[in-house]
Design a protein around this ligand. Structure first.
Ligand SMILES: Cc1ncc(COP(=O)(O)O)c(C=O)c1O
Length: 396
C-alpha cells in the first residue's frame, strides 16, 4: 500500500549520510574504525550517573518526570550561563534554550533562518550533520576554503554582496571534521563582515572545552554577542545518549527559537536535564571533563606519532589541539572514497573527506577519529592505512 503514497519533497530529497553508511560497514568484527565520532564509552561515569539518577528520582521525581518548560530546566540553564561566563560569554539563563542535542539546535537554526534557496555560507570542509540538518530547508551552499587557521576570509564580502545569505555556519574551534581552529583575529574579521551585512553567525561549538594544551581562542559569541547564535552540547563532555545540548541566542531572537521548538517537541527530556544538573554538582562535571581531555590528548599523541612514523612523507595531516578528529590529505589524484573499500578489506575504516564538502571536492582527504579507538588499535590502524597509502602512491 505504501508504494502509492506521495512523499514531501523534503522526504524525497533526504539522503542517508556517508557517515551512517560507513558506520554500518565498520560493524564488521575486527575492524579498526577511525570513522565514527563517538566519545570513549569507557569513560562514561555510569556509577555517578546512577547515584545522580537515584537522587533525582527520590528528591525531585514528581517534577523530573513531568512536562517542563520549552526553554528547559532553569537551574540547568543557569549552570550553563555560569559555565559560559568562564569563556567570556555573558548571558542570562533567558538567552539559553535546552535542545535535544546540538543536532536539534542546527535543525532549529534551519527552521528559523532558512527559506527555500537561501544561501548558507560555510567552510569547506564543514560538519556533515549541519549540512544534513539544513538540507531539510533546501538552502544553497556557498563555501570558502580552509587553511591551517580554518575558514579563510578572502571572498567573504563578495559572497555576501552578491548572495542573499541567511547565515554563516562555523565550527570555529577544533572543527569536525578537520580539527582546525580559527584564531581570534580571523574570528573578529568574520564578525565585522557579518555585522556589516546583517547576517548571523552560527557558532557550533561542541569541542572548545576539550582542549589539550595552552588556551583556546575566545568564542565568537564572547567577541560579538549580538550577531552570534551559539550551540553547545553535553554529548562530548559527558554522554551523547542523554541528548542534552543548548542554544544561546540574543534576547528577542531566542523567543523565535522557543516558539519553533514548542511545535517540534514541546521540550527536551526533563529527566535527562535534571540528571545532568545533579551530576554536575560539586565539580563532578569539571573533573570528568579533565579526564576526557587527558585521554583524548594521549590518543591524539599516539595517532600523530604513529602517522609521523608510518605515513609516507607526501601525506599531510592536521595536529589539532583539542576535539576528536584530525584530517589527512593525500596527494591529488588519490581518491579516498575508492580507497575505503580496500581499507575495509584490510579491516580499517575512516570517513572519506568529500562527505564534508557541500559543493563537492576533497576527494583526496579523510577524517580520522582518535577518541574511540584505544591506543593499540590506533597504532595498528595507522600502520594498515600507511600500507594502503604506500600502495596507492606507488601505483600513481
Ligand atoms: C560540529 C558538531 N555539531 C553538532 C554535533 C551534534 O552533537 P549532538 O550530539 O549534541 O547532537 C556534532 C556531533 O558530532 C558535531 O561534531
Amino acid at each position: 500500500m505504501s508504494e502509492m503514497w506521495h512523499y514531501s519533497r523534503r522526504a524525497l530529497m533526504m539522503k542517508s549520510s556517508v557517515i551512517r553508511e560507513t558506520l554500518k560497514i565498520t560493524q564488521k568484527p575486527g575492524i579498526i574504525s577511525f570513522g565514527g565520532g563517538l566519545p570513549a564509552s569507557e569513560l562514561f561515569p555510569t556509577k555517578e550517573l546512577a547515584e545522580a539518577a537515584q537522587k533525582v528520582l527520590t528528591e525531585h521525581g514528581e517534577k523530573a518526570l513531568q512536562y517542563g518548560l520549552t526553554e528547559g530546566y532553569l537551574p540547568l540553564r543557569e549552570m550553563i550561563a555560569e559555565r559560559a561566563s568562564r569563556q567570556g560569554i555573558n548571558v542570562s539563563a533567558d538567552e539559553i534554550m535546552i535542545t535535544g542535542g546540538s543536532q536539534q539546535g542546527l535543525d532549529m537554526c534551519g527552521r528559523v533562518l532558512l527559506d527555500w534557496g537561501d544561501v548558507v555560507i560555510s567552510a569547506r570542509p564543514t560538519y556533515l550533520g549541519a549540512i544534513q540538518a539544513f538540507n531539510a530547508y533546501f538552502p544553497k551552499y556557498v563555501t570558502l576554503p580552509s587553511d591551517d587557521d580554518g575558514m579563510t576570509v578572502d571572498g567573504l564580502k563578495e559572497i555576501l554582496e552578491t548572495n542573499d545569505a541567511r547565515m554563516i555556519y562555523l565550527v570555529p574551534t577544533f572543527q569536525n571534521p578537520d580539527g582546525r581552529t580559527i584564531p581570534v583575529h580571523r574570528r573578529q574579521r568574520i564578525l565585522e563582515i557579518a555585522k556589516t551585512y546583517g547576517v548571523p553567525v552560527i557558532e557550533d561549538d561542541p569541542y572548545s572545552e576539550l582542549f589539550f594544551e595552552g588556551t583556546v581562542p575566545s568564542p565568537m559569541k564572547a567577541l560579538d554577542p549580538d550577531i552570534v547564535i551559539s550551540l553547545g552540547t553535553f554529548s562530548k563532555l559527558l554522554a551523547p545518549g542523554l541528548r542534552i545540548a543548548w542554544l544561546i541566542a540574543p534576547p528577542g531572537v531566542i523567543d523565535r527559537f522557543v516558539r519553533m521548538k514548542q511545535g517540534a517537541d514541546l521540550h527536551t527530556n526533563t529527566f535527562a536535564q535534571y540528571l545532568i544538573y545533579e551530576f554536575a554538582q560539586n565539580g563532578k562535571l569539571d573533573a570528568h571533563i579533565k579526564k576526557v581531555r587527558e585521554l583524548y590528548s594521549h590518543r591524539r599523541n599516539v595517532m600523530i606519532e604513529a602517522m609521523e612514523h608510518y605515513f609516507p612523507d607526501e601525506v599531510k595531516f592536521t595536529r589539532p589541539n583539542g576535539g576528536l578528529f584530525l584530517w589527512v590529505e593525500l596527494p591529488a589524484g588519490v581518491n579516498t572514497t575508492t580507497l575505503l573499500t580496500k581499507a575495509v578489506e584490510n579491516s580499517v575504516a575512516y570517513i572519506p573527506g568529500s562527505a564534508f564538502y557541500p559543493e563537492g571536492g576533497g576527494d583526496n582527504t579523510m577524517r580520522l577519529n582518535y577518541s574511540k579507538p584505544n591506543e593499540t588499535e590506533i597504532e595498528e590502524g595507522i600502520k594498515r592505512l600507511a600500507k594502503l597509502f604506500k600502495e596507492s602512491l606507488t601505483k600513481k
